[in-house]
Design a protein around this ligand. Structure first.
Ligand code: SF4
Length: 433
């Protein structure tokens, strides 16, 4: 059964909501008051960390949710199954108070565990945390240290994901914690992605509270974004189930570095996925992100198999992944393996974090990438982080009419009816209501 069919079936089964879903987890009674750190789109996008969301948690609309080499004992080598020796700053007492036993791990003896959530495959000794900093071995069991502990959330447009073929013009509630399973040197959200629990201000919010606030804010979806949501899998999973049962759509903004089994399980509750395909080169993944390309390609194939709606973003970094040959190989692989209707965004890089020595991506480089993608047969190709460019908008592959007029992440006008071009009737791939 595909995840789409499974989702429809399970939605009916779990219509009862939280009482069914959250058995076995008691949320701390001393949770921080939630009023005062949720923000409407009209308000300044300030995060609970006390800094604006544009600096604390930048959208991956052209940036990345992963981060850089940071002196982590395990950083710099993406090999699967390495041992993690990073110790945790927080006391074990508070960990047990707010932590939750992790899904997807195995005990390997002598109180050691192996996390099986992502391709990093960390072997973790008792008392240590994994590569992502947020999953800790406590007494021979693996715990998520960020369950119910978001550090950032706000309300904003879907287009900021970026998702351009998914209920355009709607608002989403974004949720992030600390931690990441990559080390991208150009991460715009390194303030949270390269931090562990307790290193930035965090809040206590149960899945029920997140969903309740989403409904009160009048958003149509919940989005897991800013840091890599895989690392807070259990929290994301529980919110997704509950949100879905309450009629909210759910989507993730991810680097795609997750193992197939947890991915398939999660997809049951998702409506859309945005994947950062950072480059089409193992060298880039290894040197810039401390990861591997192949598992991300596998994730994209699983999304296709499961008939999940997804879009792809490629941040074009001068001198590192802007080689036209690699861009062509990537576009042809997408077209051949995922189909020509997958939306592809080429986003402009701007100097940040460990890559302040590089210039912003020239517009001609992005336009050349679009030409290559169109030449490979891809129908929906966008340029991001370049407000006002004609490739911010959606154009009909049938007649060339402009279907969705955008400037950056703002929708100006939609000229479609029931997901089709009003002029020629061409059906546009996406989720439109
Ligand atoms: S999710 Fe974290 S602990 Fe688990 S394998 Fe990945 S990096 Fe390691």
């Amino acid at each position: 059964m595909s995840s789409r069919k499974r989702r429809e079936f399970l939605k009916k089964v779990f219509k009862g909501g939280a009482g069914v879903i959250f058995s076995g987890f008691a949320f701390p009674s001393s949770t921080a008051p939630i009023a005062g750190f949720l923000f409407s789109s009209a308000a300044p996008a300030v995060s609970p960390t006390g800094i604006t969301s544009s600096s604390a948690a930048t959208s991956s609309a052209g940036t990345s949710s992963a981060a850089t080499s940071s002196g982590h004992p395990s950083s710099g080598h993406p090999s699967s199954g390495h041992h993690c020796s990073e110790t945790f700053r927080e006391s074990d007492k508070s960990v047990i108070f707010s932590g939750r036993e992790a899904m997807f791990y195995r005990k390997t003896g002598n109180n050691e565990v192996q996390c099986q959530l992502c391709p990093q495959g960390c072997h973790i000794f008792d008392g240590n945390s994994g590569f992502c900093r947020v999953r800790k071995n406590i007494g021979g069991a693996l715990y998520s240290m960020v369950y119910g502990r978001p550090c950032t959330f706000d309300v904003g447009p879907i287009e900021k994901a970026p998702l351009y073929h998914f209920i355009p013009g709607h608002k989403r509630l974004c949720v992030a914690t600390v931690g990441c399973n990559l080390r991208c040197k150009y991460c715009h959200n390194w303030h949270i992605s390269q931090r562990g629990p307790g290193e930035v201000r965090e809040f206590s919010m149960s899945p029920e509270q997140i969903v309740q606030e989403s409904l009160q804010q009048g958003v149509t979806s919940v989005s897991f974004t800013y840091n890599e949501p895989t690392v807070f899998y259990e929290y994301m999973y529980d919110i997704s189930r509950l949100a879905s049962s309450k009629g909210l759509k759910v989507h993730i903004v991810s680097n795609g570095y997750i193992n197939p089994e947890p991915l398939r399980k999660l997809l049951t509750w998702l409506d859309a996925v945005k994947i950062d395909l950072k480059a089409f080169s193992e060298d880039f993944y290894s040197e810039i992100s401390a990861a591997r390309l192949k598992p991300v390609m596998k994730t994209l194939k699983v999304l296709k198999e499961e008939r999940m709606f997804f879009e792809i973003v490629n941040l074009v970094v001068p001198t590192l992944n802007d080689n036209p040959y690699d861009i062509r190989r990537m576009c042809e692989w997408i077209s051949d393996n995922l189909g020509d209707e997958v939306p592809l965004h080429f986003s402009r890089f701007s100097p940040t974090y460990r890559l302040t020595n590089l210039p912003s991506t020239p517009v001609r480089t992005l336009e050349e990438a679009v030409r290559i993608a169109h030449g490979s047969g891809l129908k929906y190709v966008y340029i991001g982080n370049m407000p006002g460019h004609r490739h911010n908008s959606t154009w009909c592959p049938g007649c060339g009419e402009r279907l969705i007029h955008r400037t950056h992440i703002s929708v100006i006008e939609i000229s479609m009816k029931n997901g089709s071009c009003m002029k020629c009737g061409y059906r546009i791939e996406g989720i439109w209501d």
